[in-house]
Ligand binder design. Structure first.
Ligand code: MTE
Ligand code: MO
Length: 241
């Protein structure tokens, strides 16, 4: 190979690399890169998340009719260990609060009664467990977007980190957090949300697999990074369906 053609090749290679870098930059600005883009499975995670964000960012998942509600929903329902949960339950969850902190103008906490005063949204959707079972139920609650609005989210916030009384921690991006079907849910099939399904309050996020619909929710933290925030769980961070 003569030098000029090799130089051409190198130039073409550099231009190609610059193109990939520019594409990655644009993809980042458009919110197409997930926080777990690195590592062994990063490429797959990025393709899944990027494609879902391009195609279904604002789409709703399917809602069912009342006669399709499952007769026997499948609760994994372990009771919570420790004294806190029985104490709260004995008091009708009057002392239970949802804490909201991080990148918000008005950090604080909300009682169940305050959250029930927000606009009410219900949907009949399918909860799909990664283990292969699913059921259809009606969930009632406040749109998470309303809770975020009440707390005043900073425009710099990129994720809602959420945590439960049984020590789960997970996170959503702002698209899914503000999606109309994403609820902080306190009701199921026309009654209260029972403890077996995560009562008094769970996140209900029908756009992703069941493990993202955290039961026993008690904290929301707005952040601009997930670095060092999420435990190593073995589950994919983004589980769009
Ligand atoms: N806090 C908490 N939330 C949780 C879980 C859990 O063990 N603890 N399990 C998750 C999984 S893997 C699934 S499939 C659903 C099950 O919801 P269900 O008990 O209402 O059927 O809850 C999710 N949320
Ligand atoms: Mo699950």
């Amino acid at each position: 190979m003569s030098n000029p053609s090799r130089r051409k090749l190198i130039t073409a290679g550099l231009a190609g690399a610059a193109g990939v870098a520019a594409a990655a930059g644009v993809a980042g600005q458009q919110g197409l890169i997930p926080p777990d883009w690195g590592g062994l499975y990063g490429c797959g995670h990025t393709l899944t998340y990027g494609a879902q964000r391009l195609l279904t960012r604002y789409a709703n998942v399917r809602e069912f009719s009342r006669n399709q509600i499952s007769k026997t929903p499948h609760p994994k329902g372990d009771p919570l260990k420790g004294d806190e949960f029985p104490r709260l339950a004995a008091g009708g969850f009057r002392d239970w609060r949802l804490k909201v902190d991080g990148m918000v103008d008005r950090p604080g906490s909300f009682s169940l009664a305050e959250l029930k005063n927000l606009p009410v949204r219900s949907h009949i959707t399918q909860l799909v467990c990664e283990e292969g079972w699913s059921y259809i139920a009606e969930w009632t609650g406040a749109p998470l977007s309303q809770v975020l609005q009440m707390a005043g989210v900073s425009p710099r916030a990129r994720f809602v980190v959420y945590a439960s009384m049984d020590g789960w921690v997970d996170a959503l991006d702002m698209d899914d957090a503000r999606h109309g079907q994403t609820l902080v849910s306190y009701g199921m099939n026309g009654g209260e949300l029972v403890a077996g399904h995560g009562g008094p309050m769970r996140l209900r996020l029908p756009k992703q697999l069941g493990y993202k619909s955290m039961k026993f929710l008690n904290r929301l933290t707005l952040t601009d990074t997930l670095k060092g925030v999420l435990p190593e769980s073995g589950y994919s961070w983004y589980a769009g369906i």
